[in-house]
Design a protein around this ligand. Structure first.
Ligand code: SER
Length: 568
């Protein structure tokens, strides 16, 4: 029986043999897309190769890409642990052509790998194509000899893949495996397609269009291929399982969790072990890629996942922190394919241990409060928003942790009430800030921080990144844009620039948008925002634009060297 590690290697090796460059997974925090929280598919790192903005020294690539879906558009967090195929972290295997081969070869590669190298029974496979894509249907018939009824035409967006509201896109063909008539469910496109019988295993996207913000769809100059196959799904299939959590890799993590908590992996705590196994992967990989738990943005998604796992460990009766003790099992399984995991092992363990030690101090009290609240409610009533907010504010319970705890008790949370309590707290903060007598020009930072949250700092492991311009401030007020010669302070959603703090000087460098350039001469912090200060040196800069940010490397290095030798 091939292990998940074997299957990953077979996939990459197949495409290497077919002249593809084996490219490393990109980090989970996308460097080239300021609007995306985490890499959520293999094509993210190649986005600009499809549109022709970027060219590389290869036209065919293959990857095993780390993906996290736990925030934003694709959010699987709520279901993880309770279903057979939801994960916050998963690996996407893919092959890519940038203006090289197109539908014919892509379909041929897929069929050959699945039926020859992986040895899957041809009679168990069926495919979908976009309803107008006669070409793909004809190729399937020719290459695979599939009868018409196993080439299903789908008229919906299920077979037209888009990465988001803008960007490269195109019709796709999906390959399904029939797990057999003992499992309820119908073929794709049928009324009971959501059953578990027919499982999608591979998506082949024919990148031939670009979607623009004004709604137009234009043909791309190049015709390209982007495919994605979840390793956990194909692994389950090749290991004769129906549940991704029964694969060798996930099973070894479940057993590590059972061992660490002295409990039965398949006993009443089964769901807890599944949650822990999944969350161990996402939290460890996020920390390895430089994300740290915090109360904003990506760091808050990480904290939510960590705390959710910790509550499940608590449910298993764990008294001491558990998560950090499972990291060696993960490194044993995945450290070979992802060396960053082994390199980061000490940081991952320490971060998990600290967070769990801190959270344990309030977890018990919070859960007691929750039970007290429930005791005073009518049977089946939702938890009031004010109680959920108190758990959040006083005990550090993210909303989804409370929802998860309520789900076990067959109850829901009044989310509107929670939002109202949060809004009320912000209004109070605003009122008390207004009374502090701070200068009017700091009001603008307060309001921006309230609207957008803190700037996310990416500079621990990169000196270049894209960010989205949130505000351009000139003369203490928000500007619609700023042109050459204007002194400005620019706020972005994320940045690789260090801000001045605690004796550390701010970085210098360049900020380049599609219409202008700014020379950044200093970066300061206000209300958690990073203020990029300097002058527009060419063109115009405006809020809403994407910006390429480049730290002056020589200067940063010189400063770091100086401060290190001063400290020595
Ligand atoms: N981008 C496509 C997907 O995510 C194929 O990789 O399904």
């Amino acid at each position: 029986m091939p292990s998940l590690n074997d299957i990953r290697s077979t996939f990459l090796e197949f495409f290497r043999r077919n002249d593809h460059r084996v490219v490393d997974s990109s980090p989970l925090v996308p460097r080239n897309d300021p609007t995306l929280m985490f890499a959520n598919s293999g094509m993210v790192q190649f986005k600009n190769c499809f549109t022709g903005v970027e060219t590389r020294d290869y036209k065919r690539a293959t990857t095993a890409q780390k993906c996290v879906r736990a925030g934003g558009k694709h959010n699987d967090l709520d279901n993880v642990g309770y279903t057979a195929r939801h994960h916050t972290f998963f690996e996407m295997l893919g092959n890519f052509s940038f203006g090289d081969y197109f539908k014919d070869d892509a379909i041929r590669f897929s069929w050959e790998l699945l039926t020859r190298d992986f040895g899957i029974n041809k009679d168990k496979l069926c495919v979908t194509v976009y309803h107008t894509d006669d070409e793909a249907a004809a190729i399937w018939k020719k290459v695979a000899g599939l009868p018409d009824h196993r080439i299903i035409r789908i008229p919906t967006d299920d077979n037209f893949w888009r990465m988001g509201p803008t960007g490269p896109c195109g019709p796709c063909t999906e390959i399904f495996y029939d797990h057999g008539d003992h499992i309820p469910g119908g073929p794709p496109g049928s009324p009971d397609e959501d059953g578990d019988r027919f499982i999608e295993i591979w998506n082949n996207v024919f990148m031939q269009n670009e979607q623009f913000a004004d709604g137009t769809l234009r043909p791309l100059d190049m015709q390209s291929i982007d495919t994605g196959m979840g390793l956990e799904r194909i692994g389950a299939l090749l290991q004769g399982k129906h549940d991704n959590y029964d694969t060798d890799l996930m099973r070894s993590l479940i057993e590590a969790s059972a061992h660490a908590t002295s409990s039965d992996p398949d006993g009443p705590g089964k769901t807890h072990h599944r949650v822990i196994a999944d969350h161990l992967r996402s939290t460890s990989f996020l920390i390895a890629d430089g994300v740290m738990p915090s109360n904003e943005g990506r760091g808050y998604v990480l904290r939510r996942i960590m705390r959710r796992a910790m509550r499940h460990a608590h449910m298993l009766g764990a008294v001491d922190p558990v998560m950090h003790r499972l990291v060696p099992a993960l490194v044993r399984q995945m450290g070979g394919a992802y060396p960053e995991l082994a390199r980061g092992q000490a940081t991952i363990e320490e971060t998990l241990r600290l967070e769990e030690t801190r959270f344990k101090q309030t977890l018990d009290r919070g859960l007691r409060l929750l039970d007290d609240e429930l005791g005073s409610l009518p049977d089946g009533a939702d938890l009031p928003g004010a109680a959920a907010f108190k758990l959040y504010d006083t005990y550090g319970f993210p909303l989804d942790l409370t929802q998860d705890a309520m789900r076990e008790r067959g109850r829901a949370v009044d989310v509107a009430g929670f939002d109202a309590a949060m809004a009320e707290q912000k209004a109070k903060a605003r009122a008390s800030w207004a009374g502090t007598g701070e200068a009017a020009d700091s009001r603008v930072w307060f309001e921006l921080a309230e609207a957008h949250g803190a700037t996310e700092f990416l500079g621990y492991d990169t000196e270049t990144a894209e960010g989205q311009v949130l505000a351009v401030v000139s003369g203490g007020v928000l500007a619609e844009n700023a042109s050459t010669g204007t002194a400005v302070q620019v706020v972005l959603n994320q940045t690789p620039f260090y801000a001045e703090s605690g004796g550390q000087v701010g970085d210098q460098g360049l900020l380049v948008t599609p219409s202008g350039t700014m020379r950044v001469t200093d970066v300061k912090k206000a209300q958690g925002l990073f203020l990029h200060m300097g002058e527009v040196t060419a063109g115009v800069i405006a809020p809403g634009q994407g910006a390429q940010l480049t730290v002056d490397h020589a200067r940063r290095t010189a400063i770091l060297t100086m401060s290190h030798s001063a400290a020595a």
